[in-house]
Design a protein around this ligand. Structure first.
Ligand code: DP6
Length: 360
């Protein structure tokens, strides 16, 4: 996280950035939708801040009559976004408690909040924009309201905005412990290893389609929990052991083990999406071709070269040691050449992407 300083003695303004994280053990399912408590623990890699990130500016002023928000330049309704309202309310309550305990503190809890946020990558296209977006929002709120929050506390606030956001509060390799408390006080992220632990590990993002995804994560996971028997099996019988194995692979910097677990977990996440009724398809034919290519490369070489993983969209994230990246990039650009005109690009991305919902 980075921040810039307040600019005026009366109105306050802070700008921060927060990075995206890409899960290698996926979160998909909530046991409490209001508090955003997950059905399973998860683990992710936070990407470097120089890559995909959200940038949020919050200004606080007595003259701001209502709370307002602009996302990527367009104003969106604050009251219509319950999660945003929850994050703002939690931060204000915290500030209010501080002001009550110390009456000399300025009454910022009564001021209006204006938020401007933008992503330097496609929003809601399955590239973890809600993770970096909400992590950035709560971090910036904590700065502008001078809330003395610890990492785990920030993580719990970010979770109220979007589950995966609780992992973007920390860098490196981050696990989100699902917790057992009904009020969510133990459902927060912790750092498994810092970014310096495994600097040779790199991520390559293959944007297959930058359109907004058809089924939102929130709606998708609700339907999965309600209808998929395979998901119930995953929560109890697969993820707990996989979390342990993944933490060991990271501790040992064992790429073969890390890659195998990552690919298996991505496969199982998309399997529970298919097992959802009605089924959810996030991967398209190009995504599947990426899986085939990575599988073929790994089979042909004496050691595992790369791992693929797909979130709630067709875009691939490839994890690989730095030494393998140049060769992998050559292979990806050879097999998936950049489209040259718009119609080819649309077709190449996903021939079904523009068919209106309900037609197929
Ligand atoms: C597939 O965090 O976007 O990326 O909590 O409903 O906001 P909400 O969902 P969100 O879901 C992310 C799902 C995922 C897997 C992951 O990041 O673990």
């Amino acid at each position: 996280m980075t921040r810039s300083a307040p600019v005026s003695p009366v109105a306050r303004q802070v700008t921060c950035t927060a990075p995206v994280n890409i899960a290698v053990v996926k979160y998909w399912g909530k046991r409490d939708a209001k508090l955003i408590l997950p059905s399973n623990s998860s683990l992710s890699v936070t990407l470097s801040q120089d890559d995909l990130h959200s940038r949020t500016t919050i200004s606080l002023a007595p003259t701001h009559v209502t709370d307002r928000m602009w996302l990527n330049g367009s104003e969106c309704s604050v009251p219509a976004n319950e999660r945003l309202v929850n994050c703002l309310a939690a931060a204000r309550r915290h500030r209010e408690a501080l002001e009550k305990a110390n009456p000399e503190l300025p009454r910022w809890s009564t001021w209006g909040i204006h938020i401007g946020s933008e992503n330097n990558f496609p929003t809601a296209a399955g590239l973890a924009s809600s993770a970096s977006g909400y992590a950035c929002l709560v971090f910036t709120l904590a700065q502008v309201l001078e809330l003395p929050l610890t990492g785990p506390e920030l993580s719990r606030y970010a979770r109220l905005g979007s589950g995966s956001a609780c992992r973007s509060i920390m860098g490196g390799f981050v696990a989100w412990n699902m917790g057992t408390q009904a009020d969510g006080t133990d459902s927060q992220a912790y750092q498994v290893a810092p970014e310096t632990h495994w600097p040779e590990l790199e991520a390559l993002i293959l944007v297959v389609n930058d359109a907004k995804k058809g089924t939102s994560s929130t709606v998708g996971m609700q339907t999965t929990v309600a209808t998929s028997a395979l998901a119930a099996h995953r929560f109890t019988h697969v993820v707990p052991e996989r979390m342990r194995a993944m933490e060991t692979a990271i501790a040992d910097r064992d790429f073969a083990q890390f890659a195998e677990l990552t690919m298996q977990d991505s496969n199982q996440f998309h399997a529970i999406c298919l097992d959802t009724y009605p089924p959810i398809f996030y991967m398209n034919d190009t995504s599947k071709a990426v899986v085939h290519l990575v599988t073929a490369i790994n089979r042909l070489m004496p050691t595992i070269q790369a791992a693929y993983t797909f979130d709630a969209g067709p875009n691939a994230v490839i994890y690989a040691p730095r030494d393998h990246m140049t060769r992998l990039l050559q292979l990806f650009t050879y097999f998936f050449p950049a489209p040259t005109d718009v119609s080819t690009r649309d077709f190449f991305n996903d021939p079904y992407a523009r068919v209106p919902e309900g037609v197929v």
